[in-house]
Ligand binder design. Structure first.
Ligand code: SAH
Length: 246
């Protein structure tokens, strides 16, 4: 169960009314029931429901079950796609250990609007379901070319290029990881990796040209077929997870 409050041994955690309602009437839980709680910062704790009635819920934190750890998955840079497909992409990315979620506005993208609050709620739900302790943030949307121009925030970019110009992502990733994630590539101190996935209409020629010119960007292939953006996100993140094992 995700909570916003800090968690320490013995502390009382107030639940939001809708969360209390869900626990009482959907999950049919009773006071005294043990629940696992996390807040994305303090690890996972075993708590006990100390009150649950009329949309008022409280949990008493007991012992810590898991340390927070430094699970730092890759950043997923993605163009907003149609609502259902975007919801699916976000949920699968959370399950597959994504780090930051960076929506970008691209020339062929369908929209520059991102309902961050709605997507953030999806992220929390997915994190609860897959029992991960970090809760990726949905960043403010930025223009792809601006994000890349600003040094892509010290990331090495693996940009998923369906035109076949890239090497298989597994090979590229193994080489990069062999250099160490903290490697300095062309004077950028690479602290993380970003998987860049285009919209349904793909990257524009201008975007491709500008990204290819960046020394900290490598085109990667996800195979010979044209994948949907959400499939590409799953494929790329799975290869990543397989290699960094988080
Ligand atoms: N341009 C294509 C569709 C793009 S698919 C068309 O018009 O049909 C959406 C995104 O998924 C692409 O921009 C790319 O980032 C990624 N993608 C899809 N298939 C891929 C592949 N085989 N290799 C690498 N990336 C791929």
């Amino acid at each position: 169960l995700f909570v916003h409050d800090p968690i320490t041994a013995g502390c009382e955690i107030e639940l939001a009314p809708e969360q209390s309602h869900y626990l009482e009437h959907v999950m049919r839980l009773k006071p005294g029931t043990p629940v696992k709680v996390f807040n994305g910062r303090d690890g996972e704790w075993l708590g006990t429901i100390s009150e649950l009635r009329k949309k008022k819920g409280r949990i008493t934190a007991g012992t810590q079950l898991r340390e927070q750890g430094t699970e730092a998955g890759p950043t997923l840079v993605f163009a907003p796609i149609k609502k259902q497909r975007l919801d699916f992409l976000i949920e699968k990315a959370v399950e597959l250990g994504v780090g930051k979620l960076q929506p970008v506005i691209t020339q062929h993208g369908i929209t520059d609007k991102v309902r961050r609050d709605r997507l953030q709620a999806q992220v929390i739900e997915a994190a609860e379901q897959c029992e991960r302790l970090t809760v990726p943030e949905i960043a403010e949307p930025v223009r792809l070319l601006d994000w890349v121009a600003n040094g892509a925030e010290d990331h090495h970019l693996l940009f998923c290029d369906e035109t076949g110009s890239g090497s298989p992502i597994g090979e590229v990733l193994s080489q990069l990881l062999a250099k160490g994630a903290g490697s300095v590539i062309d004077n950028i101190n690479v602290v993380n990796h970003a998987l860049v996935i285009g919209p349904e209409g793909g990257f524009s020629a201008d975007e491709l040209e500008r990204i290819r010119k960046q020394p900290f960007a490598t085109p990667v292939s996800l195979g010979p077929r044209i994948l949907r953006a959400e499939t590409a996100a799953i494929a790329a993140l799975t290869v990543f997870q397989d290699r960094i094992g988080d």
